[in-house]
Design a protein around this ligand. Structure first.
Ligand code: COA
Length: 169
């Protein structure tokens, strides 16, 4: 089988994206959603993306299936934060640890550079060795840990924030 390709996400990918994400909502602490977002919220989420701006969605696709996705979304609403984005990446559990997360995120980071984004941030709920390794590999720097900032499955979770400086900065 040929290597998975990386391309912009399309509306027709949303069911597969939801299937991947909802698995992590139900079974892990790596996302702090407690319930699957549902089709309507997922469609509204998709509306924010473009193929050249600050908010972009990429998918990895192989054998006709979506194997994972990475995206950038607003970091915070207030206008001075417009130069920063938050990034996220999720793979199908059967597609992890093969370099796909790194390819998806590297593609997203290059796109953010082109779009003139100044900083990208990723929040990693701990523990998550794979995500910490991935972000470190891509030049994200761990800038702090929020202790017990989330509660899921009847316990508190810490979140490490990772920062990527883009452009000439
Ligand atoms: C986190 C995730 C996106 C990483 O993508 P991936 O394709 O599995 O990781 P890659 O194969 O690209 O590996 C990237 C680097 O991390 C390292 N790595 C991968 N999994 C690891 C693990 N479990 N422990 C330690 N290091 C790990 C790899 O060795 C690689 O470094 P190297 O090139 O020096 O060998 C993926 O595992 C995933 O979707 N996990 C579940 C969802 C999730 O946690 N998303 C992130 C939320 S913050």
């Amino acid at each position: 089988m040929s290597a998975p390709s990386i391309r912009h996400g399309q509306a027709s990918d949303l069911d597969a994206i939801s299937r991947i994400y909802d698995h992590y909502v139900a079974t892990t602490h790596v996302t702090f959603d407690l319930e699957p977002p549902g089709a309507e919220r997922r469609r509204a989420w998709f509306e924010q993306f473009s193929t050249a701006g600050r908010f972009q969605l990429y998918v990895a696709s192989g054998g006709g299936e979506v194997l994972g996705f990475a995206c950038s979304t607003p970091f915070k609403e207030r206008a001075a934060y417009d130069i920063s984005v938050e990034t996220t990446v999720y793979l199908d559990p059967d597609a992890v640890a093969r370099g796909l997360g790194q390819r998806l995120m590297a593609t997203l980071v290059e796109a953010l550079e082109r779009a003139g984004v100044h900083r990208a941030y990723a929040g990693v709920a701990l523990p998550n060795d794979a995500s910490e390794a991935l972000h470190g590999k891509l030049g994200f720097r761990r800038v702090g840990v929020l202790s017990e900032v989330g509660r899921k499955f009847d316990r508190y979770w810490d979140v490490a924030w990772y920062e990527k400086r883009l452009g000439a900065s």
